[in-house]
Design a protein around this ligand. Structure first.
Ligand SMILES: [Mg+2]
Length: 195
């Protein structure tokens, strides 16, 4: 039997709707409306300093998001389907300090993830494209435009997930394919036979 290829997945805003949950939380904390439209860049939400973002993420994960994650629509059914065809790996830009919470969040999906990588640790951040090259991964799904572009430029098949304020501005590498929903991803990767 052919060894199944790896399919690499991003976590935040690709598998789970993290930024909308952070918006809701920040609105509750400050009394000021925060919405996804104002999140135009990753890692610089609402001008917060890094330690403030960490504090917000800590509160989010402590609020039940690790046991009951806000999964993107259809993602669980699609992951179960795709796991029959691919070995699933996750590369998250989250700091590895969140590895316990991250694994618990992934377990809530109820399917096997063969590998989970944290691209950020106390030494810095490794580009996801580099991790893909190091491990021989050939396909990635991510909502981050720069990540998708870098992976495509490295010869990795890259899918840019969703239409978010942070991924609709800027040029796409010619080999990046934008995908809007998880059923669309399934159909692209494993086309249904036609009559
Ligand atoms: Mg993401």
């Amino acid at each position: 039997m052919k060894k199944r290829d790896f399919l690499v997945l991003d976590l935040d805003d690709t598998l789970v709707a993290t930024t909308p949950a952070l918006c809701e939380l920040q609105t509750k904390r400050t009394g000021v409306q925060h919405d996804i439209a104002s999140c135009t860049s990753h890692g610089r939400l609402w001008g917060l300093e890094r330690h403030e973002l960490v504090e917000l993420m800590d509160l989010h994960l402590a609020s039940g998001a690790t046991r009951n994650p806000p999964f993107i629509p259809n993602v669980i059914d699609c992951l179960h389907f795709l796991s029959r065809h691919f070995r699933l790996a996750v590369i998250t830009a989250r700091n590895e300090e969140y590895c316990f919470e991250t694994r618990r969040q992934l377990r809530a999906a109820g399917c096997d993830f063969h590998r989970v990588h944290h691209a950020t640790n106390r030494h810095g951040t490794i580009p996801k494209s580099q991790i893909c090259l190091d491990y021989g991964y050939e396909m990635i799904i991510d909502d981050h435009l720069t990540t998708a572009n870098e992976c495509a430029a490295s010869g990795i098949r890259a899918f840019l997930f969703g239409t978010y304020p942070w991924n609709t501005q800027g040029e796409l590498h010619s080999n990046v394919q934008r995908v809007l929903t998880w059923p669309e991803i399934c159909q692209l990767l494993i086309p249904a036979p036609r009559d």
